[in-house]
Design a protein around this ligand. Structure first.
Ligand code: CP3
Length: 343
């Protein structure tokens, strides 16, 4: 069974020979070949140059037996295309060029010609698809409207995104306008990715946990549901909502068919919670990849033990790869998963 078939079978809730595996933020600071390119080009140039973005997408596939490639890009390309550029703070973290704080700034976001402005992502996907053909699954992605709003309203990385939650509470009309603009832009963006050949898309709601349980639907899930409804073709959608394991059933109502879990819930409990209706993705704590190969093997086996009884399982990390991840730990993880077979 080739990697793409293994991935697609699992995403369609059929059993494959073993769980497919890919890693969140699989391109990145932990790989010397990425660091080498970063010496020559800044991050935004890498993202915006299709040949380079495609080359970086393929880095981890050249090294490791992964079943899927996620396109090298960033969730912040959407705010950038709307007219709110991003950059990096010296000490780490995101800095937006300005913070959204009033109605006129939201009205000024230019949501016309999104696919033209983001055509470089389409080109990078097409180049990548040409290289991998039908051997590996190709994943596209987007941030959720809520998570993008967090960066846009808070103006960059924040410990609690309190400006965003306050803005949403105090200015419901303006917040609604922003969410409409973001959702429509993301629909166009993901449909462009589908046209470019992605097999599946992941929606990152990394800051979902800023929402209270009672506001989660209206502030975040509702907009994700609108996006999934707006996709031109019924492709599998993976939803990742960090810190929201108490709301898995609410997440399923969006139409996502795979829920990606952080490491704070066991796959077994998540399957029970969701009545084993969907595939689950995850959920090794990325910190383990900074330890040693035997610890990684043991922790990976713990997760694999639970895989058997799931409707479907895609092996992944509970969040993005850390810059301090050790290549030998990634190798131990991959060896353990790729040698595993369902009984
Ligand atoms: O696996 C992949 O490499 C796919 C591409 C990808 C990146 N970012 C590349 C990237 C994906 C899927 C993302 C998603 C993303 N970006 C999210 C959602 C997932 C998550 O991690 O919660 C978020 C919140 C962002 C915004 C963002 N971009 C952050 C918070 C950072 C780290 C900033 C820092 O200094 O700590 C980035 C930068 C980024 N995006 C890197 C990569 C490879 C690291 C860039 C570098 O330092 O060279």
């Amino acid at each position: 069974m080739n990697s793409r078939d293994r991935f697609l079978k699992t995403a369609q809730l059929e059993k494959a020979d073993r769980p497919p595996i890919w890693l969140m933020r699989q391109a990145g600071r932990y790989l010397p070949e990425y660091r080498e390119l970063k010496r020559k080009y800044d991050f935004i140039t890498l993202v915006k140059t299709p040949e380079l973005a495609s080359e970086i997408t393929l880095h981890p596939l050249k090294r490791f037996p992964l079943d899927a490639a996620i396109i090298f890009s960033d969730i912040l390309v959407i705010p950038e295309a709307l007219g709110q550029p991003y950059n990096f703070r010296d000490g780490g973290g995101i800095q937006m060029e300005y913070s959204l704080s009033n109605k006129s700034q939201i009205e000024a976001l230019d949501d016309s010609a999104i696919t033209e402005k983001l055509n470089y992502v389409s080109e990078a996907l097409k180049l990548t698809k040409k290289s991998i053909g039908d051997t590996k699954a190709l994943l596209g992605f987007s941030g959720s409207p809520w998570t993008l709003a967090c960066y846009m309203i808070d103006g960059g990385s924040s410990p609690d995104f309190s400006r965003t939650s306050q803005f949403a509470q105090r200015n419901p009309k303006e917040f609604y306008l922003l969410m409409e603009k973001l959702s429509q832009s993301i629909i166009h963006y993901l449909n462009m990715q589908i046209d470019a050949g992605v097999d599946c898309v992941q929606i990152f709601d990394s800051w979902a946990s800023v929402c209270t349980e009672s506001n989660y639907y209206s502030q975040s899930l509702k907009w994700i549901q609108a996006i999934i409804d707006g996709l031109k073709k019924p492709i599998p959608v993976i939803l990742y909502a960090k810190g929201m394991n108490h709301c898995l059933n609410q997440q399923l109502k969006t139409g996502a068919i795979i829920l990606s879990l952080d490491w704070t819930i066991s796959l077994k409990d998540a399957a029970r919670e969701t009545n084993n209706q969907c595939a689950l993705q995850g959920n090794l704590d990325p910190q383990f990849l900074t330890t040693d190969p035997s610890t990684v093997k043991k922790e990976t086996e713990n997760i694999l033990k639970m895989s058997e009884s799931l409707k479907g399982h895609i092996f992944n990390l509970g969040h993005g790869m850390l810059p301090t991840a050790k290549v030998e730990c990634v190798e131990a993880l991959l060896e353990t998963v790729t040698n595993y077979r369902y009984g």
